[in-house]
Design a protein around this ligand. Structure first.
Ligand SMILES: [Zn+2]
Length: 371
């Protein structure tokens, strides 16, 4: 009977109601201020990570939300693929990727939780992808027509949607979180093979946030050159690019034929000067066939960055799809971002891989992946 309620239990009920309301209010306010949902980082078995809401940090004004380390499993000591493409066109081949297959590569990378970063950000270990995702770098050598073809119609220029730039742009429109990053390692006199559009294309690439890299001035074999020849090949390429893109820094080199200079001339590959124009290569890319190391890894060498082929040749066992499979089987080898470019997070047991000198002032966080 209602009348039989004691004052005590009424008080308790009110107390509980007030407590529950307060609890909900605090909870909701906390979420709306600090919760940024982590977009379902895929596990190796395709499951998604749990809602990180419970571990959200409490500091107001702290821009970086705390993540659930055990759910996201960041591993910033892991490997990063730097993918190498040459021709993009109608046919598949040793050095050519059919354009629809190139599009498929982007789709597969996206579905498997990879997100684009620029090579400059890789060199800086400035990994700005969402927590739980794996950075990946795309590079193109030789500046072929299929990488960037422009079509003129009624005085208007449009990017051929079947060229690499066209494919990447339309994919980016549909998947803005994938990013639009690539470095084009070009040589002269006619990068991308349409003389009248060199200026348009180089400016276009940089305006879109993509990059130009050095592939020597005339696709020369560095091992056959003396210091003067090396500086001509690397410096003239930078000088010419600077004429189109004043102030733009070309600061990485993809070795032509995968071959570096003679050992005693190596300093001129790292930096030099041609006709008053100085150049520096912070990163040097190989042709060879492995994923690259985390830039914080003790064994990381920016002058020897391996790349993997963006092809599916039956003659290789080290193409892009072989490595994608490898990372499915060895998820612990894969770089997984913590979502915070200023902090390097590694699971216990891998901290020995990290070189403190290579942290560049970033904070190192080690966590137990099990609890
Ligand atoms: Zn080349």
């Amino acid at each position: 009977m209602p009348d039989s309620k004691t004052i005590g239990s009424d008080f308790m009920k009110r107390f509980i109601v007030i407590f529950v309301v307060l609890f909900l209010l605090i909870g909701l306010t906390g979420c709306s201020d600090t919760l940024q949902p982590v977009d379902e980082p895929p596990d190796s078995d395709g499951k998604t990570a749990e809602d990180p809401g419970e571990d959200i940090g409490e500091q107001q004004g702290d821009k970086k939300d705390e993540i659930d380390l055990q759910a996201v499993k960041p591993n910033e000591a892991g490997n990063i693929m730097v993918i190498m493409y040459h021709e993009i066109g109608d046919k598949e081949g040793e050095w050519s990727r059919q354009w629809e297959n190139f599009k498929k590569d982007l789709e597969v990378l996206y579905e498997k939780g990879y997100r684009l970063i620029g090579l400059k950000d890789y060199l800086d270990h400035n990994i700005n992808v969402e927590a739980g995702y794996t950075p990946v770098v795309i590079t193109f050598d030789d500046g072929t027509l299929g990488q960037f073809r422009v079509v003129e119609e009624n005085g208007e220029l449009t990017v051929d949607p079947h060229s690499a730039v066209g494919v990447m742009e339309s994919f980016y429109e549909q998947h803005p979180d994938f990013g639009l990053e690539a470095t084009f390692y070009i040589y002269y006199p006619v990068p991308f093979r349409q003389r009248e559009y060199i200026d348009y294309k180089l400016k276009y690439i940089v305006e879109k946030g993509m990059d130009i890299g050095n592939h020597t001035y005339t696709h020369e074999n560095l091992s056959k050159l003396d210091p003067q020849g090396i500086q001509y090949q690397l410096g003239r390429m930078v000088k010419e690019t600077g004429d189109y893109l004043p102030g733009y820094q070309v600061d990485s080199l993809a070795l032509t034929f995968g071959v570096n200079s003679r050992e005693e001339y190596r300093d001129y590959v790292y930096s030099g000067e041609y006709e008053g124009v100085k150049y520096t290569n912070r990163g040097i890319l190989l042709v060879g066939a492995n994923p690259a190391l985390s830039p914080a890894d003790k064994k990381y060498n920016p002058y020897k960055i391996p790349r993997i082929r963006g092809t599916e040749s039956p003659n290789h066992s080290t193409d892009l799809y072989d490595w994608l499979e490898y990372f499915e089987e060895h998820p612990d080898r894969r770089y997984i971002s913590d979502g915070d470019p200023d902090r390097i997070t590694v699971p216990e047991g891998l901290e020995d891989k990290i070189d403190d000198e290579k942290l560049g002032g970033k904070q190192l966080r080690i966590y137990n992946p099990e609890q």
